[in-house]
Design a protein around this ligand. Sequence first.
Ligand SMILES: Nc1ncnc2c1ncn2[C@@H]1O[C@H](COP(=O)(O)OP(=O)(O)O)[C@@H](O)[C@H]1O
Ligand SMILES: CC(=O)OP(=O)(O)O
Ligand SMILES: [Mg+2]
Length: 400
Amino acid sequence: MKILVINSGSSSIKYQMFDMNGELVLTSGIVERIGLEVGNISHKTFINGEEKKVVKEFPIPNHKVGLSEVVNLLTDAEIGVIQNPDEVSAVGHRVVHGGEYFNETTLITPEVEAKIEEVIPLAPLHNPANLEGIKVCTEIFSSAKQVAVFDTAFHQTMPAHAYRYAIPEELYKEHHVRSYGMHGTSHKYVSAKTLEYLNLPKEGSKIITVHLGNGCSMSAVKDGKCIDTSMGFSPLAGLMMGTRSGDIDPAVIFFLEEKLNMKTDEIYNLLNKKSGMLGLTGFSDMRDVEDKINAGDAQTRMARDLYTYRIKKYIGSYIAALNGVDAIVFTAGVGENDTAVREEVIEGLDFCGIKLNKEENSLRKPGIREIQAEDSNVKVLIVPTNEELEIARQAQDLIK
Ligand SMILES: Nc1ncnc2c1ncn2[C@@H]1O[C@H](COP(=O)(O)OP(=O)(O)O)[C@@H](O)[C@H]1O
Ligand SMILES: CC(=O)OP(=O)(O)O
Ligand SMILES: [Mg+2]
């Protein structure tokens, strides 16, 4: 069975095709700079252990043009992995916001699409792009089942005291203003992998997952279920990120409006796209940040201290929420690759028995691994996330 996974963003589409028989990745790629003067597609195929890469640059005015070209590549006589779109049994779509409607993976119907559309105000950067991906795939892969996997679904088990805000009741009742949390597919995948790897029973387990990519979030997972998470109403809350501020006193927004005459959309843009690591240092990619720190740049050092300090504070609060912790798990681009970030986060947590094996932490090895010190009371792990595989598995389970 072949399953295509689509992670459609506002200006990009990431995709992977799996042969679920053996969970093999046949193709993976990214369409970028949609809507700009020149767009590009970077497409890789893996056939019989051999990797082939194609890069194309041309104007990609919208998602449909981008996905049509992806289909051309998928069915290409030389590098294609299918002969026609009918060979795809299901398309699994990452949908960032499902509001309170969806706590599990769902077959997409016109009613489901309408609900995803209804919650656009809760995720104005992500949901419209996700819907666009669904519309275009429904047309192109017309015989495939279209399946929605929601970033918010895993967090739907949070208790009210974790997801509610202390604002007037009607804002929740009538307008659904509450915390939802995102990156749920990743938190679910890595927390389950951790239990499996450590051979821990779900019941009684206490895991803190730390997803550090471009977007960053953390979850407290008890008995295999999410009880709290750092993103909130939208993906802007919580940790400091590549370009997002994370938690900020809402009074700053009134100040920007009143004193600097900024408009709502300008403030939105400022906090989502020009803040975080980018706003403080000029760089959103942690590799660039690392270079600046190594060159002795004090401002960049401060920015990174802010980044890791906030993660540490969330670890502290989640240990309190969980009444203990069995394992702290790092994942995603920064979490899996950045030795210094992990070291700075764990530094100074020895008061509660959390200690790192610095040498093990500094090694670059693939796969799941433990990096805590021998005398640490708590496990510290690196668990590579795989949101695409998780989406493909969930889509397969649903259509079976
Ligand atoms: N070797 C590395 N060292 C430090 N950071 C890295 C490394 N490789 C990737 N990253 C970071 O990972 C980020 C992307 O993470 P990823 O999980 O792919 O994000 P997203 O899925 O949100 O695009 C990059 O912006 C970069 O900062
Ligand atoms: C929800 C979110 O932040 O997603 P991403 O990390 O892909 O931007
Ligand atoms: Mg990601």
